[in-house]
Design a protein around this ligand. Sequence first.
Ligand SMILES: [Fe+2]
Length: 230
Amino acid sequence: MTNNILEKKIFNYDVIFDIKGAIFIKQNRLLVISDLHLGKSLSINSLGYSLPMHDFSDTLYNLKKIIKEYKPSKVISLGDNFHDKNSIIRFNHESICELNSITKIAEFIWIYGNHDKELINKEKINGNFMKSFREKELIFTHEKKNDKSDQFEFSGHFHPKTYVSVNNSRFYYKCFVLGKNFCILPSFGSYTGGLDVKSNIFRKIIRNNANLIILGKKKIKQSKYLYDSN
Ligand SMILES: [Fe+2]
């Protein structure tokens, strides 16, 4: 095993957690990612700001790289795939071609998120758009919903991050939150921030024992989620 992946058994599935912020389920060759937020800089700039617009190409570069590495049969993107409902309208022809050059490599399932549930012009993008997806006991959805013991749910939405303390400094890293019956994925998109797992919002969500799988610069590592820690 390299420092870049961590392998776990979830139900009867062999699941790889990749340092790049994706999950690969070996038996059914599913690659799972979340919160690409494609078109975020374009969306913000449409409000009068002047952000550099490199996020789209950078996110697609990372997505293409991980698809080529794992060669999945299916890619499941867990929502907030596009930053707002007008994102595809703002993309130029080259951007749509660039995205579709990736979506034709594998079958794509686009789960709707709160940002893109009313997405316009989705027919220009390859793949199936749906509210949630299920494969046997595995559920794929945008926002964590339940803790049923006979199911395992993958979701995104919260963009989890956590810090590692070194001397008096805190260094923040994206992380997976892994519970007994759920996993919340970090955001995959290049211009996406994160929500501290120690925040009150997360404290309410992670009521049971959970682990964090932290995406360091060179190493992926697991640590216990400490509910009461400040
Ligand atoms: Fe999001």
